[in-house]
Design a protein. Sequence first.
Length: 235
Amino acid sequence: MTNVLNEPLAAARRLTNVPLLATLAEKVEAKHTALLVIDMQNDFCASGGLVDRGGRDVSAVAEMAPRLAGLIATAREAGVRVIFVRCSYSTDANVYLSDVWLEQAARRQGGGYTLSPVCQDGTWGCDYFGDVRPQPNDIIVVKHRYSAFHGTDLELILRANGVRTVVLTGVSTHVCVETSARDAFVRDFYAVTVRDGTAAYSAQEHEHALAILDRFFGQVVDSAELQELWNAEKA
């Protein structure tokens, strides 16, 4: 089995025009890694938020959040760039939501985006969830669609800072995290998704998204693996 795995990797090394990052340690070295914290906002995470009011189960998010807070702290201490990606969707004048978005919302999102605002700036629903919130040295990227890259300056920030790997965390695994990971991969970033640093509103949604990501768009790892590597690098 080892030879079966090594032969394609050796061929990949011969074909690439830049140094290939094969191991997790190589991929997540602090100097070229950014930790993306996606959509950890009350509307998507909290009891009483939009998702919870719509009848979806947010308990997995509440369980995941303390682990994510610990991972963020470890990343900061190791010198990994921490980037909070947050949504801004609803506005009084409806600046961002197209007819296509609103039609889909009307069919499949109940009253969300139409009867009820979603992540509207200045509201509790738009605020960060619990202790998972940026510190002064963290970077904040505001998005208006599922992908952290679409219509934002995220790629510019990553390229300007020599980032080769993005570590994806947050919610929800099967929508904004997965869409962002796919976009990262097709933009030639290594995409590492944290299994227990992401969450969805059912175990099936979560695991299905992780399986697709690991098969086609990057690597899926546990937070403990990253913390061990970053603690060792810090030491």
